[in-house]
Design a protein around this ligand. Structure first.
Ligand code: 0O2
Length: 211
């Protein structure tokens, strides 16, 4: 087993905090240039040790393969207003010089059996440590606010029921996944109207600051 988890996880902590900062600054740049930001908000976490150990056992990953085979020890989540924004974010990330996209999993076109939708990419992200350069794998989950609402609730229910939901709850989760899908579709259809209103609102707010 791993001897020093704290030390092992330090580079992952660094990668997560650097990426959170960079992606939040990216959102601020869109806002400062009065452009619609495809990023609504960003969160990040390093996988807790108990979850790493559970996944190692489930996927039969040995300690010497951990860095290579577990791609979500460092995780970033990017939340977007519209489904279209997700693909803009993916494109923006693919064109950055400070990361390399090495895998993509589109659970939007290929919704999971559970009802889960999200776009996952795995990147290689270089960090500078005292010992030199380290390439860290980071999983970035990109999703709408509606997808995030559903996934957050399903994740906590899953924690309680360990995946075996009572039949009625399973049916309700399936229906709420469908409702989240429809909400995303409705919002997409009126997105130009929404963006226009938000631009007006933003101008009004910044004028107030200078009053
Ligand atoms: P946490 O707490 O988010 O870290 P596997 O982990 O074996 O299922 P894989 O190939 O490692 O699969 O990764 P995948 O499917 O790209 O992403 C796994 C992560 O996606 C999960 O992490 C969740 O964050 C999210 N996810 C995938 N499927 C579902 C789902 O049905 N419901 C919800 N709520 N989230 C999902 P972890 O490790 O489960 O947990």
């Amino acid at each position: 087993m791993m001897e020093n988890w704290k030390q092992f996880l330090q580079p992952y902590e660094q990668a997560v905090s650097e990426l959170k900062l960079k992606l939040r600054q990216l959102r601020d740049q869109y806002q400062q240039t009065r452009k619609h930001s495809p990023i609504e908000f960003v969160t990040g976490r390093v996988k807790p040790v108990t979850s790493i150990i559970e996944k190692m056992q489930r996927r039969q990953i040995t300690v010497d393969r951990l860095t290579e085979d577990m791609e979500d020890i460092a995780g970033i989540r990017v939340m977007c207003q519209f489904v279209e924004d997700i693909y803009v974010v993916v494109d923006v990330l693919k064109n950055r010089f400070d990361m390399q996209v090495i895998e993509e999993r589109d659970y939007i076109t290929n919704q999971k059996q559970s009802g889960y939708r999200s776009y996952h990419i795995v990147i290689k992200y270089p960090i500078q440590r005292l010992s030199g350069k380290h390439e860290i794998k980071v999983e970035i989950q990109i999703r709408t606010l509606a997808m995030n609402f559903w996934a957050t609730i399903e994740h906590s229910l899953n924690y309680k029921y360990k995946g075996s939901f009572p039949r009625e709850l399973e049916e309700r989760l399936r229906r709420s996944a469908e409702a989240a899908f429809l909400l995303d579709k409705e919002m997409s259809d009126i997105r130009e109207e929404i963006k226009e209103a938000q631009a007006l609102f933003q101008t009004k707010q910044s004028n107030q600051i200078f009053d």
